[in-house]
Design a protein around this ligand. Structure first.
Ligand code: SF4
Length: 363
C-alpha cells in the first residue's frame, strides 16, 4: 500500500460570528468539525458535499491558507503547525492550489509570462537563463501555445484561464495540489477537457490531488477514493467504485440519485430527492447531523452522534451512520453508466476507451 503524504487528525476550523452592542463573539460557525483522514502518495482523493459543508475550507487548510482552530495536519509525517516560518516557506512550494474561479486567481495587470515566471524565479525553481524554456514547457504541459505569453488574463476563455491556473500551480514543482471545484465555473464540454487534463498531469507528474467538488459525477471521474462531507463532518469514505456500488450513508445515496444519467431509459424513472436544507453550521443538530433530513432516522439518531467507522465486511469503506449496514442493503441497484471511465456526463464510453482522456481531450 502507498504511504500517506498528508494525514489530518481531528481537524477543526471554526469562524466567530460577531454581534451585540459591544461587539463580541456570540457563537462560532463550525465549518470543519473534528475531521480525520489521510491522502496517499500519488492518489486522487475526491471530497464531495453540498455548498457550505466545509470541503473547500479543508482544502485551504491543507495548503496553509487557513489556520486550524484545533487538530493537526501532517505532510510527509511533519506537523505543519510545528514548522518554523523558513521551513514552512520551503514546504509551501510543494503544496499548491487550483482555484474555482481562475479569473480571480490571476493578476489582471500581468501578462502570462510574468504570472508564470515570477514565482519560479522568486522560489529559485529556475534561473534567469532557463526561465523562458521552463515557462514554455509549462504551457506545453497544459496544452497552450507559446504565443499566449504576452497576453493578459482577460484575453482568454474560461477553459484557457483554468489551464493557466493549472500551469501556475505546477510552476513550483508541487507534490500535492488541491483542486477546489476547478470545473464548476466552466461549460460542460470544457469541464471534460479540464478533468482529462488533470488526470493526465496527475499520472505524468506523479502528483497527489485533493479534488473538491459538489457533483459525484465529476469527482468519481478523477478520484481513486471519495470522502463525502455533510455539515462539517466526513460521513462516508472509501474507494470510488465501492462508494458507488455500495453507498452506506443515506446522504451519499441521495447524492448518487442526483447524478444525471445520460441514458434515455432513465428519463421516466421517478427519483426521491433529498428534502430540506443543510443545517446551520453554528447550531448543528444534536446526535447525527443528518437526522432532520434522513429518511431512515430513528429516535436514537437525535441523541447519539455516529462516529466514522470502518464497515467490517469492506476494509476500505467507512460510514458515519448508526445503521450503515441496513442502509447499505436499501440502496438502488448500481448504475454502470455512473461508474468508471465513462462515468462523467459528456465523456462517451468510446472516447474514454479510445484514450481521449489521456491526451488533450476532444469532447
Ligand atoms: Fe440517518 Fe440515523 Fe444513519 Fe444519521 S445515524 S444517517 S439519522 S439512519
Amino acid at each position: 500500500m502507498r504511504e500517506d503524504l498528508i494525514r489530518v487528525e481531528h481537524l477543526k476550523l471554526y469562524y466567530p460570528v460577531k454581534g451585540g452592542i459591544i461587539t463580541h463573539t456570540v457563537r462560532n460557525i463550525h465549518a470543519v468539525d473534528d475531521v480525520s483522514f489521510s491522502i496517499r502518495e500519488g492518489e486522487t482523493l475526491g471530497l464531495v458535499g453540498e455548498s457550505g459543508c466545509g470541503k473547500s475550507t479543508i482544502g485551504r487548510a491543507l495548503v496553509g491558507l487557513e489556520t486550524p482552530t484545533a487538530g493537526k495536519i501532517y505532510y510527509q509525517g511533519r506537523d505543519l503547525s510545528a514548522l518554523s516560518q523558513k521551513e514552512m516557506r520551503e514546504i509551501r512550494t510543494q503544496l499548491q492550489m487550483v482555484f474555482q474561479d481562475p479569473y480571480s486567481s490571476l493578476n489582471p495587470r500581468k501578462h502570462i509570462y510574468e504570472i508564470l515566471a515570477q514565482p519560479m524565479l522568486y522560489h529559485h525553481c529556475t534561473t534567469k537563463e532557463h526561465v523562458m524554456r521552463d515557462v514554455e514547457k509549462l504551457l506545453e504541459l497544459v496544452g497552450l501555445p507559446r504565443q499566449v505569453l504576452g497576453r493578459y488574463p482577460h484575453e482568454f476563455s474560461g477553459g484557457q484561464r483554468q489551464r493557466i491556473g493549472i500551469a501556475k500551480a505546477l510552476s513550483l514543482n508541487p507534490r500535492f495540489i488541491v483542486c477546489d471545484e476547478p470545473v464548476s465555473a466552466l461549460d460542460v464540454s470544457i469541464q471534460a477537457q479540464i478533468l482529462n487534463l488533470l488526470k493526465r498531469l496527475q499520472k505524468e507528474l506523479h502528483l497527489t490531488l485533493l479534488f473538491v467538488g459538489h457533483g459525484l459525477g465529476a469527482v468519481n471521474y478523477v478520484s481513486d477514493r471519495i470522502a463525502v462531507m455533510y455539515l462539517g463532518k466526513i460521513v462516508e469514505l472509501g474507494e470510488a467504485r465501492e462508494i458507488f456500488r455500495h453507498p452506506a450513508h443515506p446522504y451519499t445515496q441521495a447524492l448518487l440519485r442526483a447524478v444525471p444519467v445520460p441514458d434515455p431509459a432513465e428519463k421516466n424513472v421517478s427519483k426521491q430527492f433529498l428534502a430540506g436544507e443543510v443545517g446551520d453550521g453554528s447550531r448543528p443538530p444534536a446526535g447525527c447531523r443528518f437526522h432532520p433530513r434522513c429518511p431512515y432516522a430513528r429516535e436514537v439518531c437525535q441523541t447519539q452522534e455516529p462516529a466514522l467507522e470502518q464497515l467490517a465486511c469492506e476494509t476500505e469503506h467507512s460510514s458515519a451512520c448508526l445503521f450503515a449496514r441496513e442502509v447499505c442493503q436499501m440502496q438502488e441497484p448500481a448504475r454502470e453508466l455512473l461508474l468508471g471511465e465513462a462515468g462523467y456526463p459528456g465523456v462517451s464510453p468510446h472516447a474514454a476507451k479510445s484514450g481521449a482522456g489521456k491526451g488533450d481531450a476532444h469532447v
